[in-house]
Ligand binder design. Structure first.
Ligand code: SF4
Length: 156
């Protein structure tokens, strides 16, 4: 829902803190997660993420979450799925050229990033191209393994 999505970007500062805390907790739980098996847990985590992130961010479950670096705005809601800034077709009122009823994802992202305040380690980070093979997998579990150097790619 767009209204909730915009609300999330307008509350990006504390929502990002919640995200960072969640990542810290999950990293601390790595020995347990490893014992239970990341592969086995993936489907359950992905289902939880789909509900929570789907509601708050209209997450498209790409499996390589950038929310922490894009002002808590999901770039996969851009009709062109651009992950490194706007296409240049943004309307003068800040809306999307493809969907005039939607504020450009990157306008929303910029507003959220300004609230977070740490532009160099957030929106200025170059995101890797999306890997469609990861769609529907758990971005949270992937972020834990990335933080521990067990996989490469995007974060939580
Ligand atoms: S205007 Fe923004 S949301 Fe729309 S296609 Fe371009 S970058 Fe994506």
């Amino acid at each position: 829902m767009k209204a909730v999505r915009y609300w999330s970007a307008n509350n990006a500062r504390w929502l990002r803190r919640v995200y960072q805390s969640l990542e810290t907790v999950l990293v601390a739980l790595h020995p347990l997660l490893k014992r239970l098996g990341y592969q086995r847990l993936d489907r359950s985590f992905a289902a939880i993420e789909k509900v929570v992130k789907g509601f708050l961010f209209d997450s498209q479950s790409c499996g390589q979450c950038t929310l922490g670096e894009t002002g808590m705005a999901c770039p996969m809601n851009c009709p062109k799925t651009l992950r490194n800034g706007p296409c240049g077709g943004v309307r003068s009122n800040g809306h999307c050229e493809v969907d005039p009823d939607m504020v450009c994802v990157w306008v929303t992202s910029w507003e959220g990033s300004k609230l977070v305040g740490d532009l160099e380690s957030t929106i200025q980070v170059i995101q890797a191209p999306v890997d469609v093979r990861l769609k529907g997998t758990s971005a949270w579990l992937r972020a834990v393994r990335k933080r521990l150097g067990l996989v490469s790619g995007d974060g939580l």
